[in-house]
Ligand binder design. Structure first.
Ligand code: NDP
Length: 267
């Protein structure tokens, strides 16, 4: 354990949703590097969760303890299990990272279905609200922290991503409202908003590989830094905001997007 691990002393128990791949998996490994040892990992893909645990053991520490909760976050029972299993195993919750998210139907609004609208908001907004509410009593006790993984899409519109962008805008407002309400109770609430990261989510959500490759190539122009991001770059910011280094940071909507939010949309 290195010196930076003290930045998480007293903040040992972390819940990460969507920990089976991409940004969530990288965040678990980064937090383990920085000294966190007690994790509740959630997702639907059991093999993915195992891969994340293997990566922690291989790259960070053999001392980490894990609770896995498998299940769909749009089912309230899954959310209740996450809180129940974490408390049963560790007795407290210090940090909640609401990372799981999805794009339902990559279509223009004209062709979109209301079912896609409902599913988008059920996962990207409603599940976050329910899980966070259930965690709040424990977070008040621990003077803990919430980090919501949003998107540049919360502030910039992208064709065929309307419902997704709308859901992330709602998530950002949840972050700000909760931050002001819970600040006096010692809870910090922040958002990390990634730009384009080729985690596989775009393909899994229905974008052909050729279109993903084109989008990665277009990052030369769409992102001020001239490239797409990596999962580690997003995880670094999540771990930083979760740490005591950011004890005066709350209600913050943090773009980690290589400048995507401020480049010319006509490029
Ligand atoms: P991944 O597909 O790698 O991760 C998404 C995670 O969400 C998976 O672990 C998945 O778990 C979980 N998940 C999805 N649907 C459900 C569900 N119904 N119930 C439970 N878990 C679910 O993609 P990313 O790492 O890229 O995405 C992580 C976050 O980052 C998302 O919120 C996304 O919106 C956001 N983001 C990503 C960007 C990018 O370019 N990659 C850009 C901006 C924001 P499982 O498969 O095990 O169910």
């Amino acid at each position: 354990m290195n010196a930076s691990s003290s930045l998480f002393t007293g903040c040992e128990v972390v819940i990460v949703t969507g920990a089976s791949s991409g940004i969530g998996a990288a965040t678990v490994v980064r937090l383990a590097h920085r000294g966190v040892r007690k994790f509740c990992l959630t997702g639907r893909n059991e093999q993915g969760l195992q891969k994340t645990k293997d990566a922690v053991i291989r790259e960070a520490t053999k001392d980490a303890q894990f609770v896995d909760v498998l299940g769909d976050l749009t089912e309230t029972q899954t959310i209740e299990n996450i809180v129940g299993e974490t408390i049963k195993m560790f007795g407290k919750i210090d940090i909640l990272i609401n990372n799981a998210g999805w794009v339902f139907g990559l279509l223009p609004i004209f062709d979109q279905t209301i079912d896609n609208f409902q599913q988008t908001f059920d996962l990207n907004v409603k599940a976050v609200v329910i899980l966070t509410k259930l965690c709040l009593p424990y977070l008040r006790e621990s003077k803990g922290s919430v980090i919501n993984v949003s998107s540049t899409g919360s502030v910039r519109n992208f064709d065929k991503f309307a419902f997704y962008c709308m859901s992330k805008t709602a998530l950002d407002m949840f972050t700000k409202c909760l931050a002001t309400e819970e600040g006096k109770n010692g809870i910090r609430v922040n958002s990390v908003n990634p730009g384009f990261v080729d985690t596989g989510i775009h393909e899994r959500c229905g974008m052909p590989r050729s279109a993903v490759d084109e989008a990665v190539e277009n990052c030369r122009n769409t992102h001020a830094v001239g490239r797409s991001g990596t999962t580690e770059e997003i995880a670094n910011m999540i771990a930083f905001i979760a740490s005591k280094e950011c004890s005066f940071v709350t209600g913050n909507i943090t773009m980690v997007d290589g400048g995507l939010n401020c480049t010319n949309p006509l490029w």
